[in-house]
Design a protein around this ligand. Structure first.
Ligand SMILES: Nc1nc2c(c(=O)[nH]1)N[C@H]1C(S)=C(S)[C@@H](COP(=O)(O)O)O[C@H]1N2
Ligand SMILES: [Mo]
Length: 513
């Protein structure tokens, strides 16, 4: 785009107007990011508006985003927002071609929206206001200055020539763009800096030695039984991962307890530490999906802590709150029934990574993550079921979230061409808290044939399976079903994930050649 600042006296060219709008809004966002990076990383106006958008998005759109973009749903959201903001900024410039006032109103309205959104955020602190206020000071000022410079370029003041005014206007525009970009980058870098006492600084306290895995924990064609931390699925509402300072972190356990507890990380780590493999599943996981992973979690048993606090009779729900305001509601009966429900600070032998909840998260075997896996946890209120509605329940998802028995075909992948004859079929299956006792495969709707099971490594972890089938050339359909320890066969009834988890049987079309 070549910028011809003016065309008719007293008004901006179309390109000049668009540039004015983009610089006004762009400089506001950059100033907001820089101040956020310095004062309070979570208060970047762009991300705050995105967070609010995530909270307000209707369920069908959220499900569409998760099924369409998977873990890239956040990138898709941010890209969409960037496009909308760019459009609004250009519009702000275009309505200001004659007079700056209408465009200024758009820029101010955008700034005020960011400000209100910041105040409405669940974890709002007054310091968070600094970033949107900076944006509101810088954006309109830049808009007016660039607007005036472009107008002046067309109507040079006495003593300057048109060429000089034009050069000044373009210089101002270019300079503003460069400074804004630098401020935005600096803000992002500051915000992304590691917390002063981040995961890298923390060694795990001693836990009982890890038993080595039997060779058949994983089988050819299945995922590794222990999911490498980098491959562990990630689902949360945080556009910006909360960066919690481990040194000042505390967990408060209160509500219907005899003794309220406030624990530092050191307090927590000084208690009896266990390490247990747990398979986590997201309730949004579609049949055959990959929002399921298995890791060794290190931490303190929740039941121990609750015993220490002394649960009052009538308590039903643990309402856990994350530093970013997200909440989960976990049935008290489930975490005290003997299973290894944890407050975890370690994952696969290292400190919990920032994305998975550093410094501490909850993990409850057998419950979907949305009712139990609170990351960046800072508060547990022991309460009744009706006293508080957690984040996802408020959006139409079930209050109780037991994980449904499921199985998945990993090999061959859907649509694969395989050589006709003997074909290996393999995958994974899970039924926490209980375990898998049988997996069967059916070809083209025919009889169910039993698969070989991988090692049984406890009630709370997934189990791999593998079998071989005979395929004649042509198109075929492979289907899998699992049976859990209670003898219940995975249902064939198809159900979408909302409100309490998808059901049905993973079905994979393949072609034998
Ligand atoms: N603070 C916070 N904790 C959260 C969530 C969230 O959005 N915010 N999402 C939950 C959901 S829906 C799931 S499935 C698990 C996923 O944990 P992971 O990202 O470590 O796999 O975290 C849970 N804990
Ligand atoms: Mo989830």
């Amino acid at each position: 785009m070549t910028v011809t600042p003016t065309r008719t006296t007293g008004s901006l060219s179309r390109a000049g107007a668009v540039v004015t709008g983009l610089l006004g809004v762009g400089s506001a966002l950059a100033a907001g990011d820089l101040v956020a990076g310095l004062a309070s990383p979570a208060s970047s106006p762009f991300l705050t508006v995105g967070d609010q958008f995530v909270r307000l998005t209707p369920e069908w759109l959220k499900q569409f985003a998760i099924t369409t973009f998977g873990t890239a749903d956040k990138l898709a959201l941010l890209t969409g927002m960037a496009l909308v903001i760019t459009g609004l900024a250009a519009a702000a410039g275009l309505v200001a071609r004659r007079r700056p006032a209408p465009g200024l109103a758009v820029v101010v309205a955008m700034g005020v929206t960011a400000l209100l959104t910041t105040v409405a955020a669940p974890a709002f602190r007054p310091v968070d206001l600094t970033a949107p206020v900076a944006a509101l000071l810088v954006g309109p000022s830049v808009f007016l200055a660039v607007h005036a410079a472009f107008v002046r370029a067309n109507r040079p003041r006495r003593g300057t020539t048109a060429a000089v005014s034009r050069r000044r206007a373009l210089g101002l525009a270019g300079g503003t763009a460069v400074v804004s970009l630098a401020a935005a980058v600096a803000g992002r870098l500051l915000a992304a800096g590691p917390p002063s006492a981040g995961p890298a600084a923390l060694a795990l306290p001693p836990a009982p030695p890890v038993p080595s895995l039997p060779p058949d924990a994983s089988l050819p064609g299945t995922p590794p039984w222990l999911t490498p931390t980098a491959d562990f699925y990630r689902i949360d509402t945080a556009l910006q991962v909360p960066r919690v300072d481990a040194a000042s972190w505390t967990l408060r356990v209160h509500g219907m307890v005899e003794r309220e507890l406030t624990l530092s990380l050191a307090d927590l780590r000084a208690r009896r530490v266990v390490e247990v493999p747990i398979t986590m599943v997201c309730v949004s996981n579609p049949v055959g999906g990959t929002l399921v992973s298995n890791a060794r979690f290190t931490g303190v048993r929740l039941a121990d802590l609750l015993a220490e606090a002394g649960i009052a009779p009538g308590a039903q729900q643990l309402l856990s709150t994350s530093v970013d305001g997200f909440t989960t509601g976990t049935p008290v009966g489930v975490v005290t029934d003997g299973r290894d429900a944890l407050l975890a600070f370690g994952m696969n032998g290292a400190a919990l990574p920032v994305e998975h909840g550093f410094p501490v998260r909850m993990v409850v075997p057998g419950l979907y993550g949305y009712v139990s896996g609170c990351k960046w946890i800072t508060d547990i209120e022991v309460t009744t079921r009706d006293a508080a509605t957690p984040y996802w329940a408020e959006r139409g998802w079930a209050r109780e979230g037991p994980v449904k028995t499921q199985s998945r075909i990993d090999t061959p992948v859907a649509g694969a061409s395989v050589p006709a004859g003997r074909v290996a079929v393999a995958g994974t299956s899970w039924a926490p808290h209980g375990g898998i006792t049988r997996v069967e495969v059916s070809v083209d709707g025919g009889p169910w044939g039993r698969a070989l099971l991988g090692a049984d490594l406890g009630a709370d972890s997934w189990r791999m399976w593998r079998t071989e089938i005979e395929l004649v050339p042509g198109e075929h359909t492979l289907r899998v079903r699992a049976t859990d320890r209670t003898g219940t066969v995975q249902t064939e009834r198809e159900q979408v994930s909302i409100p309490d988890g998808a059901t049905g049987r993973h079905t994979v079309p393949v072609t034998a050649v």
